[in-house]
Design a protein around this ligand. Structure first.
Ligand SMILES: Cc1cc2nc3c(=O)[nH]c(=O)nc-3n(C[C@H](O)[C@H](O)[C@H](O)COP(=O)(O)OP(=O)(O)OC[C@H]3O[C@@H](n4cnc5c(N)ncnc54)[C@H](O)[C@@H]3O)c2cc1C
Length: 404
């Protein structure tokens, strides 16, 4: 069996590892160049993502991920300003009972992606923008790329994120709707705010701060082991410069409306806007934003994909953000899809099930578990954020196609 995956994101790379470990021929085509672009800051990894990584990654990769997660996030905290001091006013167990979020640990996104790319150097083709596919009479699928090249496989997987070109052709009725919500996100080196007492106050907890009419979300990522030491011990083949650059930081998020965000374009402009919006806040919160790395600041656009009826299974399928969106845990769902799809394809490759039946069973489980009754939402970088602006064709294929 040969599998072509479009998109070297969290889902596509997890799937590629899982297939390769099962001896299945897999190639991943990625639109970005090998240096890529920074895709967000940190990621809350819960049991769904962890289980998928355990099933799909080689042991050394898994050890590297384990060694570089933050501490356990067992509580959520609410902070407020009491007599001029930031104070914990509420603490709740992070046990999934108060919302869809589950307990887990923080991981650095860039580091996780670098780990996932390690060992797949010969399987990932960078600078390969998928444009369309054709299902052939013999059951195979041929994929076309912007440079005129093609690739043919038994299965084509669209793991190409919210603007998925695979989904646009395969499931043209699927709508991506702009919710109108925006969130500014950034990261600040922990050393810059160490003297404020904030890191000790919040520990590893996911934290919401409500002060002077503004809401902010904070989280500290303290690597369990220094990434360089972990790399040297567990995964010496991991050569990405993100390892040496990694240091402990505070992740922050600031929900805003598009009106309040204004026309901010580049990451630095978004960071400047965040500074303006937090200028009246408690000095510690101001410092968090003032001392942030401007170049990693991003403005995210809220999007939602309404739940949809089942479609007939075939040799083309989709996973992750290409088909469902989830606020704060979409990465975990993408990795869970990858794990499930891997199981289905391995089953078929070993002759235990017909290929199309196996893909249909994967899609049934994915639709059942990834769409709450109201559909799902998540944040997509707004044009001009640290991720590149949505080009016109992606906007047409996502937001505009919904009429939003
Ligand atoms: C700032 C931020 C914070 C987040 N925090 C969390 C969190 O804490 N926990 C969590 O679980 N989730 C979080 N998410 C959501 C999570 O990042 C996504 O749900 C997840 O990345 C989806 O993975 P994916 O593999 O489906 O798609 P992606 O990771 O988006 O990967 C898609 C890939 O496809 C490539 N691609 C796109 N089009 C083409 C094409 N035509 N041809 C070839 N390649 C193409 C893209 O370049 C990209 O590399 C966050 C998202 C952001 C932006």
């Amino acid at each position: 069996m040969r599998v072509v995956v479009v998109g070297a994101g969290l889902g596509g790379l997890t799937l590629a590892h899982g297939l390769r470990r099962a001896g299945i021929d897999v190639v991943v085509h990625e639109r970005d160049g090998a240096r890529g672009r920074r895709q967000g800051v940190s990621l809350h990894l819960d049991d769904r993502g962890t289980e998928a990584l355990r099933a799909c990654l080689p042991p050394a990769h898994l050890a590297m991920v384990d060694a570089t997660t933050g501490g356990p996030r067992e509580r959520t905290l609410a902070l407020s300003e009491v007599d001029g001091r930031l104070t914990v006013v509420r603490a709740q167990p992070y046990d999934g009972t108060t919302g869809p979020a589950r307990p887990g640990r923080q991981v650095d996104r860039s580091l996780l992606r670098a780990v996932l790319l390690t060992g797949l150097e010969d399987a990932v083709r960078f600078g390969a923008e998928f444009t369309r596919f054709e299902e052939r009479a013999d059951g195979a699928v041929r994929a076309w790329f912007a440079d005129g090249s093609t690739d043919t496989a038994d299965v084509l997987v669209g793991a190409d994120g919210i603007g998925s070109a695979v989904r646009r052709q395969h499931l043209p009725h699927v709508r991506v709707v702009d919710t109108g919500k925006r969130t500014l996100m950034g990261a600040t080196p922990l050393r810059a705010v160490a003297g404020t007492g904030l890191p000790d106050l919040i520990g590893h907890s996911a934290t919401t701060v409500q002060v002077r009419g503004t809401m902010m979300v904070l989280g500290v990522l303290r690597f369990t082991q220094p990434p360089v030491a972990a790399r040297d011990r567990w995964l010496p083949d991991l050569r990405s410069p993100v390892v040496a650059d990694a240091e402990d930081y505070v992740m922050w998020a600031l929900p805003v409306t598009q009106d309040r965000l204004g026309p901010a374009g580049s990451p630095t402009a978004v960071w400047r806007r965040a500074r303006e919006l937090t200028a009246d806040l408690h000095p510690t919160l101001r410092l968090v934003v003032d001392e942030a790395w401007p170049e990693v600041t991003v403005a995210l656009r809220g999007g939602t994909i309404p739940a949809m009826p089942a479609w007939p299974a075939g040799p083309v399928t989709v996973l992750g953000d290409a088909i469902h969106l989830a606020p704060g845990f979409g990465g975990n769902l993408a990795m869970r899809d990858a794990h499930r799809l891997r199981e289905a394809l391995v089953h078929a490759a070993r002759g235990k099930q017909d290929l199309i039946t196996a893909i249909g069973a994967y899609e049934d489980a994915m639709r059942r578990d990834s769409f709450p009754a109201t559909g799902a939402t998540r944040l997509e970088p707004a044009p001009g954020g640290a991720r590149e602006p949505l080009p016109a064709d992606r906007v047409r294929g996502s937001l505009a196609e919904s009429g939003a």
